[in-house]
Design a protein. Structure first.
Length: 201
């Protein structure tokens, strides 16, 4: 429960603090200065979307050990199957072993983790409640408005990360699961979780 002391000195501190808060705000999310790949995939997961290649195809690795490697690093052959699929394959004796599946686009379903967090009024109530001790210290003149807003930001960061870790998002495709070895959309590498930050401006 928030309390306000009824004396002139404390009221003056409160009024001054509230004036400082007029142009202050907390931003939360994954910012432009974040690694470009993480930001790109965060946006496409938040809203859903289609990833298109810079040139003709997107090369999807078919083996775990190929993840993150450039197909140009290998001596691969371009093949087209009778059912119209395209691959880059390695010649091994008389056999061709597919290394990469070539596709013209990849569709990502919406897996909102920021908007959906704040669409939940219970989350908002908990964020405010958890930061309440710092708000009380601000009202008592023991903390600055920036410190209170920072506390709110930290609570928001934690709530979004809890959403990612606990939500049942639409499953990855069978190919993606096979490549990763698990079905954990948004959280397999931890890069997106680490990129969620807040700042007071």
């Amino acid at each position: 429960m928030i309390t306000i002391k009824d004396n002139q000195e404390d009221m003056t501190l409160l009024i001054n603090g509230l004036k400082q808060a007029e142009n202050k705000k907390v931003q939360i999310g994954i910012f432009a200065e974040t690694d470009g790949e993480v930001l790109k995939y965060a946006i496409v997961h938040e809203y859903g979307g289609t990833i298109k290649p810079k040139k003709k195809f997107i090369a999807i690795p078919l083996k775990k050990e190929l993840k993150g490697k450039n197909p140009r690093d290998f001596d691969l052959k371009f093949i087209r199957t009778t059912d119209g699929k395209y691959f880059l394959a390695m010649q091994k004796g008389k056999q061709l072993e597919p290394y990469y599946l070539l596709v013209r686009e990849v569709k990502i379903p919406e897996r909102s983790f920021i908007r959906s967090t704040f669409d939940n009024s219970t989350n908002i109530d908990n964020i405010i409640k958890n930061a309440e001790p710092v708000l009380q210290m601000f009202l008592d003149g023991k903390k600055s408005i920036d410190e209170y807003l920072k506390a709110l930001g930290i609570e928001m960061e934690g709530t979004i990360k809890q959403r990612i870790m606990g939500a049942e998002f639409q499953a990855n495709s069978a190919l993606t699961v096979n490549l990763k070895g698990e079905n954990t959309p948004l959280k397999d590498s931890g890069n997106m979780l680490r990129a969620i930050v807040s700042k007071v401006i």
